[in-house]
Design a protein around this ligand. Structure first.
Ligand code: ADP
Length: 404
């Protein structure tokens, strides 16, 4: 099946046109600066060079028209007719408690998505816009929503409840939701395949370390805990987000510095984390370069970042009553041998026997522990678009079979 995978943000749309049989992207690209006169579309067919088009793209409807047009383009495209787009899979950030799996988008689903806007006011509205815009151009093409949250939705109450009055959970749906679900799910499945063991029998800890970072405890195929919470702010230290801290700290800073709610929100989401501690950068490559040059604050940021991952490995091993594998993915997890080394060193007590040479020479999907290590550590490149495409295919096929 050929699936157009869309990730619609407020001013950008990322797309991949996936062939699920070959498990490859036939083309990928991005529209940036939507709403501006100098919007940019970058498009890369899998077998030809990248192109860049600059023009006025005023809204998501026009942006998607451009995406379809470039997929059809005689020189840069990969299809001859719109009908070759069998289905569209959307990344949707927040499914709330409503969605525990991917779904075919119907009127009823659209209503539920709108009901969840309050939980993700920045992300869900552009996701909804993207779905509506797609419908305008591809009226009869099935669309599927794949949620960042749904993989975690069935974690037990002991993991998702906060220690606040229960009525507030009922009234405002305040609970841990967790994010990056497609990535955690994908790499955990791949880990089981690499280890040659059934996914349903393994206890896996996954660490998705990108600009946003989260970990998940996956106990025999189910996410039973994860570090991000009600919003993506909780848990690990991230590029610009604080992660875990005593909630009183923010009340104290607000009082001392006279910050408004929105200023406090910006402080925690945009000026904290690696950039906040180091004062240098939110980008791990630059942090590592600064550490190598002897920058002390960059080293502190690196240490807080890796210490917290290590701490959660221990916590999740305890939560699951054991662990078989620890998986690193995302831009940092896949590329930073220093981060992987710091997390996996001195962990023999837990059964992780780190292999420095293997870690230095990773290529594609790799094991970075010694052959006899009781617990394996793995580096697995994530592929969220493939998961979205495969979920979309499965759901569309189910519908087709049901209609027969
Ligand atoms: P996003 O969460 O936006 O998808 P990515 O998964 O691409 O982001 O991760 C971005 C992070 O990966 C940045 O902090 C970047 O510095 C880091 N990164 C990418 N390559 C390397 C590398 N070779 N070494 C260390 N960190 C890297």
């Amino acid at each position: 099946m050929k699936v157009l995978v869309l990730n619609c943000g407020s001013s950008s749309i990322k797309y991949q046109f996936m062939d699920t049989t070959l498990s490859i992207a036939l083309a990928k690209g991005m529209v940036e600066r939507i709403g501006m006169s100098s919007a940019v579309l970058t498009h890369q067919p899998h077998d030809r060079e990248k192109i860049k088009i600059v023009g006025e793209i005023l809204d998501h409807t026009i942006a998607i028209e451009y995406v379809i047009a470039v997929l059809l383009s005689p020189n840069h495209g990969v299809i001859k007719d719109k009908k070759e787009i069998d289905a569209v899979g959307h990344r949707v950030v927040h499914g709330g408690e409503t969605f525990s799996g991917s779904v075919l988008i119907t009127e009823q689903v659209m209503k539920a998505l709108k009901d969840n806007i309050e939980l993700a006011p920045l992300h869900n509205p552009p996701n909804i816009k993207g779905i509506q815009a797609t419908k305008e151009h591809l009226k009869t093409t099935p669309q599927v929503g794949v949620f960042d949250t749904s993989f975690h939705v069935k974690m037990p109450p002991r993991a998702y409840l906060y220690g606040i009055p229960y009525e507030l959970y009922k009234k405002y749906k305040i609970r841990r939701y967790g994010f990056h679900g497609t990535s955690h799910r994908y790499v955990a499945h791949r880990a089981a395949i690499m280890l040659g063991k059934p996914y349903e029998e393994l206890k896996i800890i996954t660490a998705h370390l990108g600009n946003g970072c989260s970990m998940a405890a996956i106990d025999r195929g189910h996410s039973v805990d994860t570090t991000m919470g009600f919003t993506p702010l909780e848990g690990l230290l991230m590029g610009t987000r604080s992660g875990d801290m005593d909630p009183s700290v923010i009340l104290y800073i607000m009082a001392k510095e006279g910050l408004s709610l929105s200023e406090a929100n910006t402080l925690l989401n945009k000026h904290s984390g690696l950039i906040g501690i180091s004062g240098e950068s939110s980008d791990m490559r630059e942090i590592e370069d600064a550490v190598a040059e002897g920058n002390k604050k960059a080293k502190l940021a690196f240490d807080v970042f890796t210490y917290r991952i290590k701490k959660y490995v221990g916590a999740y091993a305890a939560a699951m009553g054991g662990v078989d594998a620890v998986v690193f993915t995302g831009g940092i997890g896949e590329n930073s041998k220093l981060v992987r080394k710091e997390v996996c060193s001195d962990m023999e007590f837990l059964g992780i026997d780190f292999d420095e040479e293997a870690n230095n020479n990773v290529k594609g999907e790799s094991i970075i522990t010694k052959p006899n290590s009781k617990v394996k550590a793995l580096r697995i490149p994530t592929n969220e678009e493939l998961v979205i495409a495969l979920d979309t295919e499965e759901i569309v096929n189910e519908q087709l079979n049901a209609a027969k």
